[in-house]
Ligand binder design. Sequence first.
Ligand SMILES: C[S@@+](CC[C@H](N)C(=O)[O-])C[C@H]1O[C@@H](n2cnc3c(N)ncnc32)[C@H](O)[C@@H]1O
Length: 304
Amino acid sequence: MNYIWRKRAGMRWWRDRGESLGRRFGGSLAVIARPGSERVLLEICCKTEQQARELVVEFGGSIERLRRGWLQDFARRAQAKPVRIGSRLVILRAPEKEAALSQPNRARPLIIPAEAAFGTGEHATTAMCLRLLERITRPFQPGWTMLDAGTGSGILAIAGGYFGASRVLAIDNDPLACTTAKRNARTNGLRHIEFSTGDILKHKLAGKFDIITANLFSELLIETLPIWSRHLAPGAHLIFSGILRSQEAAVVRALRRNRFAASEIRRRGKWIACVVEAVHAPLPKRFGAQEVEPPGRFRSIAPA
Ligand SMILES: C[S@@+](CC[C@H](N)C(=O)[O-])C[C@H]1O[C@@H](n2cnc3c(N)ncnc32)[C@H](O)[C@@H]1O
C-alpha cells in the first residue's frame, strides 16, 4: 500500500456518499471528524497509483505517496501504552513490551502490532467491545463459540480464543485485514481461529454462536440484525460497537424490530457499545413485532 487519497468534504457530501464509500472501501477508508467542524477529512489507502488517480477523477481530492517503512516509523513514534482489559488481558504492540509488565499474576499479553488493519485496542469502540467480551465470558466454561463480524486485525477474535472459545469464526471483506489477522493469531499462538474473507451480508453461516461481536457502522449493523438473530444460540449475546451516540436511538429501534433487547449500553466519547440478547418469548397475536417492548433489563452505564 503506497498511496493515500485524501479529500476534505462537507457533511452533506459525506452524508450522501458515506454509506456507499464504506461498502466499497471497508477498512481502507478513514473518516476524521473534529468536534464542532462542518467538514470531515476522508482518506483511502490505495495499493496502486492508478487506483488513487481513479478516486481523484471520481471525487476530486489529492494523492500522497507514502515512503517505504512509513508504518514502522509511525508505530515507533506512537509509543503506545499497554491497554488493560479487566484482569485477564493486556494488549501490547510488541513482544518485548512484555518485560515491562512486572507484577506477579499479570494478565495474559495479547500482541497486536500497529498495522494497516483496524483494531489495536486503543480505539474506544474496540476497547469497549473487548471489556464487554472479557466481562461477559468470565463465567463461561471453556468450549463456547464465537463469530467476529468485521474482524480487522483479529483482536476481538483472538481475545475470544484467549478467553476460552473453542470455535471462533472471523470474517472481513478486506483481504489485507484477514492476512493481518491470521498473522496476529499465529503470533499469539492461537491456531483454532477460522478467518474468512468475504462480505458478512453474503457469507453462508452455519450453526449458532454463543457470542457474536460486530464492531461495524450503524447502517451495516442494522442490516445484519436479521442474520444475527438466526445464528445466536439461546441465551447468547451480541456485542456491537461502531455506533455514534447520535445513531443510538435508530439502532435501539432496529433492535426492537428484530426482537433483540439491549441489556447494557456503554458510552465513550462520541461512541457507544452495546450488549444485546434475543427475545425468545412468543409475541401476543394481536401485536406486530414492532409494537412490542421486548422484556429484559435495559441498563445504561457510565464509560469504563
Ligand atoms: C471498525 S473495524 C473493526 C475491527 C476490529 N473488529 C475491532 O473491533 O477493532 C470494522 C471492520 O469491518 C470490516 N467490514 C466492513 N464492512 C464489512 C462487510 N460488509 N463484511 C465484512 N467485513 C466488513 C472492515 O474491513 C473492518 O476491518
